[in-house]
Write a protein that binds this ligand. Structure first.
Ligand SMILES: [Zn+2]
Length: 464
């Protein structure tokens, strides 16, 4: 059997840290990345000292969880949520159980992927296997887990889903570290009709794609060779971009879930949901639709512009100053290409907004060509333009004015003198000869001239 005919089904469990100041069941600071040292942001509660009880659940964290669930389109919201203890023994877990809620919401879908459920839980601490150091600064940080149905059909599909999820989280500002692409995910993957394999320990946006690509081809190859993938949990090794067998899968029973007697069930009211729904911002899908209608953006342009809120907002300001279609094409094409090339998000060049506007104005006035506009942008991104405006920089770098200064007329004369045969061909009616001469002129101006202007001037000159 050709392995490309085998179909794969993927489900994801995505963990995002909610953007809150304090932990889920105590008032410790959640900012473990900037903590002075290990075990600085801890208290008796989040280190599970004997006799301690959790505080009331962080209401702000719960509200963020509800906002995300509603933004994902979850239509089956629960009336109340119970915290459970999920038991396992590992040094990162001081209580030997993790508090994790029953589902907050079900239903919803994104990029054609249906959401099984969403629940809230506590992040464990961090245990460094190499040094044996346990750091509880992260223990108790509020986490949202988003579980999808196993309906993702390829690593690429997973990437599209995650891209949209990331955009929603970015718009809501409800999660931490969304821009940097840091997120944790577990995946389950099976070839239709074969055993399901779990992949744990995926720690980045890009990692999901790599892990799924590796695992898809590993399982397809096994099945193609008449082997059955083992039902197991595998670990993703990000440095090597491979997955490794870790342990045989434990079943849900092994976690011995019990309701946590220390935490009261949390009610979710209709009023609360209505209030949150009314306060949600315009979400990526809606914005894309509006960009298509209001600015005439293509599907591709609307998608590229709306996957990051900072970029969508910048586009709308740029579109007030220059032709929206020109702006959409330039930001989707030239700018996005340069951002991707550097693995940057738009936020990194947000302070260059005026520079982008000025570049587009030069372009629309045909003072620079597409190629020059791209070069100006690249130079600005690389810091070569300093504090100069786009026109000051283009002027100083000799990228502008070739049409006005009479320099172009001189270059045309030179091209004609050097290519006498092409001129004769043109006179004899060979249209291609004009293209050839225009190409020579463009090369001599190093792409600074506008191709249409060059053609017009050449035609005029040759008809004399
Ligand atoms: Zn604490």
């Amino acid at each position: 059997m050709d392995s490309s005919e085998l179909t794969v089904m993927i489900g994801l469990e995505i963990h995002v840290q909610l953007a809150t100041k304090s932990k889920l069941f105590c008032s410790c600071n959640t900012d473990y990345q900037t903590a002075a040292g290990p075990n600085e942001n801890v208290c008796p509660t989040c280190t599970a000292q004997p006799g301690t009880k959790p505080f009331d659940m962080n209401a702000y964290a719960f509200e963020q969880a509800l906002r995300i669930a509603l933004a994902l389109g979850c239509d089956r919201m629960r009336d109340s949520v119970t915290m459970q203890r999920k038991h396992y023994f590992y040094p990162d877990l001081p209580a030997n159980y993790q508090r994790t809620s029953t589902p907050i919401a079900e239903g919803g879908s994104l990029a054609g992927v249906s959401i099984t459920e969403v629940h809230i839980e506590e992040d464990p601490g961090r245990y460094d296997l190499k040094t044996g150091i346990v750091d509880y600064n992260r223990a108790g940080v509020p986490l949202l887990e988003i579980v999808t149905d196993p309906v993702i059909t390829s690593p690429d599909h997973a990437r599209k889903f995650l891209e949209e999820l990331r955009a929603i989280l970015d718009y809501l500002g409800a999660a931490r570290d969304v821009e940097s692409g840091s997120m944790r995910a577990d995946a389950n993957l099976s070839i239709t009709g074969h055993n399901r394999v779990e992949v744990k320990n995926i720690n980045s946006f890009h990692g999901v794609f790599s892990a799924l690509t590796y695992e898809t081809s590993r399982q397809k190859n096994m099945v193609k060779n008449g082997l059955e993938p083992e039902r197991e949990t595998r670990h993703f090794d990000e440095d090597r971009d491979i997955t490794l067998g870790l342990r045989k899968k434990e079943s849900v029973d092994d976690y011995r879930y019990i309701p946590d007697p220390d935490v009261q069930p949390i009610a979710i009211t209709k009023e609360q949901l209505n209030r949150i729904n009314a306060s949600l911002p315009e979400l990526p899908r809606k914005k894309m639709e509006r960009f298509r209608g209001q600015y005439g953006a293509s599907d591709d342009e609307a998608h590229a512009l709306c996957m990051e809120l900072a970029m969508a907002d910048a586009f709308e300001r740029v579109a007030k100053k220059v032709d929206p279609k020109l702006a959409a094409g330039f930001m989707r094409g030239t700018l996005k290409k340069q951002l991707n090339f550097r693995s940057w998000n738009f936020a990194k060049v947000a302070q260059k907004e005026q520079f982008i506007i000025d570049t587009l104005l030069l372009l629309s006035e045909r003072k620079v060509t597409d190629k020059v506009a791209e070069k100006i942008l690249i130079d600005a991104m690389d810091g070569k333009a300093g504090q100069k405006t786009a026109s000051q920089y283009a002027e100083s770098a000799g990228l502008i004015g070739v049409q006005k200064s009479g320099e172009l007329a001189e270059i045309i004369e030179k091209a004609i003198a050097e290519n006498a045969k092409a001129v004769l061909d043109y006179d004899a009616g060979a249209a291609k000869a004009l293209q050839f001469l225009a190409g020579r002129v463009m090369a001599m101006t190093k792409g600074r001239a506008d191709p249409t202007t060059v053609q017009e001037l050449l035609k005029k000159r040759l008809s004399k």
